[in-house]
Design a protein around this ligand. Structure first.
Ligand code: NAD
Ligand code: UDP
Length: 317
């Protein structure tokens, strides 16, 4: 492996981005982390500051960026429904203008560029589990559209830059991923349930809790990112990355309460609009192309994530 490779990670101070920066530094790369700290924090990357191969730049990807790099991982975008719906226009701009700016950068410096796309491109899927060939069922004008349609448009841009400019692209469709360094107030289900259970507060299940999700531990996901980036030019994606183990939200709530020995009660709240009913990745393509499969079962990943939030909440008290 070349050790002089310079890698740009946008959204590098976020949950997944911080794990990716750490992994890339461990693999010997020079890492430039770009973030506007909308949902990410310096705390997520503070342990990397002493590394001379790590550089951080406060920058919003909706503005052009001029740097010299060999590879780009484009992760900048809020991922939690609460955060991406806070300023929906900015969310679309981040996905679309951010993609245009990063693709323009990749074109100028001839870098390979990776896009953190999402299972949300399938919307509320009518095909189960979801293969990459499924075009999806998304609402273009709903509350989730700023994220879903923004990410869909970003995929369009990636494939047009590939066709028109022969850019080397790697598009990953990421399914629900969890682990340490999720924001405690980020509103996503795993962090919400763990924080609520550890604080002894009610655990808020939206709807009846019969909707399903498939949860991937962050280390498994980052391993897949690295393998996808290393594939030959014939592999562009889109490629589903996630853990096919599927659970109802109610099952998750019960699991978290049991694991934390919490006395929290489960309460049922209104289901947010356009909330997908069922989600499970078909990861056949990733298995074949990357020789990859997730290795951390939900029980183990939850234990590690609970330990992280336990420490974090203790520090704050
Ligand atoms: P996150 O919110 O923790 O990280 C996103 C990072 O991007 C944050 O550090 C944020 O400050 C930064 N950011 C947001 N807008 C920016 C802008 N305009 N300019 C620069 N930086 C900006 O979320 P995450 O879970 O780490 O997600 C990372 C990427 O993976 C996102 O693109 C997300 O859409 C994608 N993804 C995540 C999941 C998941 O389950 N975690 C699932 C599907 C897709
Ligand atoms: N959810 C829930 N309680 C919460 C947060 C989320 O029941 O406190 C549900 C949410 O309605 C959805 C699922 O958990 O059905 C996953 O939500 P999340 O925001 O983590 O991600 P999504 O997959 O919807 O983008």
């Amino acid at each position: 492996m070349k050790t002089s490779q310079r890698v740009l990670v946008t959204g590098g101070a976020g949950f997944i981005g911080s794990h990716l920066c750490e992994r890339l530094l461990g693999d010997g790369f020079d890492v430039l982390c770009v973030d506007n700290y909308f949902t990410g924090t310096k705390d997520n990357i503070a342990h990397l500051f002493g590394n001379p191969r790590f550089e951080v730049m406060r920058h919003d990807v909706t503005f052009p960026l001029y740097v010299e790099v060999d590879e780009i991982y484009n992760l900048a975008c809020p991922a939690s429904p609460v955060h991406y719906q806070f300023d929906p226009v900015q969310t679309t701009k981040t996905s679309v203008h951010g993609a245009i700016n990063m693709l323009g950068l990749a074109k100028r410096v001839r870098a390979t560029i990776f896009q953190a796309s999402t299972s949300e491109v399938y919307g509320d899927p009518k095909v189960h589990p979801q293969p990459e060939s499924y075009w999806g069922n998304s609402n273009p004008i709903g509350l989730r559209a700023c994220y879903d349609e923004g990410k869909r448009c970003a995929e369009t841009l990636f494939f047009d830059y590939w066709r028109q400019h022969r850019l080397r692209i790697k598009v990953a469709r990421i399914f629900n991923t969890y682990g340490p360094r999720m924001h405690p107030n980020d509103g996503r289900v795993v962090s919400n349930f763990i924080v609520q259970a550890l604080r002894g507060e009610n655990v808020t299940v939206y709807g009846k809790g019969t909707q399903t999700r498939s949860f991937c531990y962050v280390d498994d996901l980052v391993e897949a990112f690295i393998r996808l980036m290393r594939t030959g030019d014939d592999i562009t994606g889109p490629m589903n990355l996630g853990n096919p183990g599927e659970f109802t939200i109610l099952e998750l709530a019960e699991k978290v309460i049991a694991k934390t020995n919490s006395r929290s009660a489960i309460v049922f709240k209104e289901l947010p609009s356009d909330d997908p009913v069922q989600r499970q990745p078909d990861i056949g393509f990733a298995r074949r192309a990357l020789d990859w499969a997730p290795s951390v079962p939900l029980d183990q990943g939850l234990d590690r994530t609970i330990a992280y939030f336990d420490r974090l909440l203790a520090q704050r008290n």
